[in-house]
Design a protein around this ligand. Structure first.
Ligand SMILES: Nc1ncnc2c1ncn2[C@@H]1O[C@H](COP(=O)(O)OP(=O)(O)OP(=O)(O)O)[C@@H](O)[C@H]1O
Length: 272
């Protein structure tokens, strides 16, 4: 009761923002320290990601994109600031976050199915349920015919499809992706972008996507945070208009090229 009364004024607004935002970062800084020097990789970075949103961070090498994602994943600690997922301060890695990295991180001795089921096995999910979940995600990424294959028998794109399926099988609240298609050839990369969008639309996952590829960020996202380096900060938030992707040959369309030019100049201006 007391809470309801307190919540009537400013606090109710704060509660509402926290409730809407799946991720809320406030003034996150990361300083790498050695005996001789200190390096500010992230300087008071604030952002939010709403539930079911697809948000990308794009920026030049060294702007702190990967540091930010590693902090979100709980693999790295921030130096100062606050970073909450569903209202809870991040305190180490957790099953609420699924990760897909650029480097292939499948267990080489496990089959496609076993890789996808890995987290479910750890959680003690009953066999029947585990099989059904893996079947669903193998179907979703188009690898059901490769259930028994080992990673060494797969192409780079197929490996990343397994990595996405494995991350999603654990039903994470947020999917964190660090340049997941960075090592793929352009054609495979395009196909993977299309696939990821289809999955995102179907599964309603909240996605945080890191890339240095501006086209990729515009094509995939609803919002893009443009970062700058030295120190790593967020320079601007760019809204990607709904329906942009519906246009044929979208990457050559006037609206797309305009957004690309805008982001190139934001990044370029700072690098001069
Ligand atoms: N463990 C570390 N110790 C010291 N400095 C680090 C460490 N990790 C990253 N850095 C520095 O912090 C800065 C940001 O690195 P980070 O990898 O987060 O950037 P990035 O934007 O992902 O760059 P890239 O696209 O090149 O991977 C870089 O200048 C990097 O050299």
């Amino acid at each position: 009761m007391m809470h309801a009364q307190r919540g009537l004024h400013s606090e109710s607004f704060t509660d509402k923002v926290t409730a809407i935002s799946k991720i809320k970062a406030e003034s996150v800084s990361k300083v790498y320290s050695s005996k001789k020097s200190q390096f500010v990789a992230l300087d008071r970075v604030s952002f939010h990601v709403d539930a079911h949103e697809f948000v990308s961070f794009v920026g030049p090498s060294g702007c702190g994109k990967s540091s930010l994602l590693r902090i979100l994943a709980g693999l790295e600690t921030m130096t100062t600031g606050s970073l909450r997922i569903s209202g809870h301060e991040i305190d180490g890695p957790g099953a609420d976050r699924g990760m897909v990295f650029q480097s292939y991180t499948l267990f080489p001795w496990l089959s496609v199915r076993e890789n996808i089921e890995f987290g479910l096995t750890l959680k003690g999910v009953p066999l029947f349920e585990k099989r059904a979940i893996a079947d669903h995600f193998m179907e979703l990424v188009g690898l059901h015919k490769f259930a028994r294959a080992l990673p060494k028998e797969l192409s780079g794109g197929m490996k990343q499809r397994v990595a996405i399926a494995r991350a999603l099988a654990n039903n994470p609240e947020v999917l964190l992706m660090d340049e997941p298609f960075g090592a793929l050839d352009p054609q495979t990369k395009n196909a993977m972008q299309e696939l990821l969008l289809r999955i995102w639309e179907k599964e309603k996952t909240t996605v945080v996507f890191i890339t240095h590829d501006i086209e990729e960020a515009i094509f995939l996202s609803e919002r893009v945070y443009v970062m700058q380096a030295h120190p790593g900060t967020i320079r601007q938030e760019i809204m990607i208009p709904r329906g942009l992707r519906e246009v044929e040959d979208v990457k050559d369309s006037g609206a797309f090229l305009k957004l690309k030019k805008q982001i190139v100049s934001l990044i370029g201006n700072h690098e001069e």
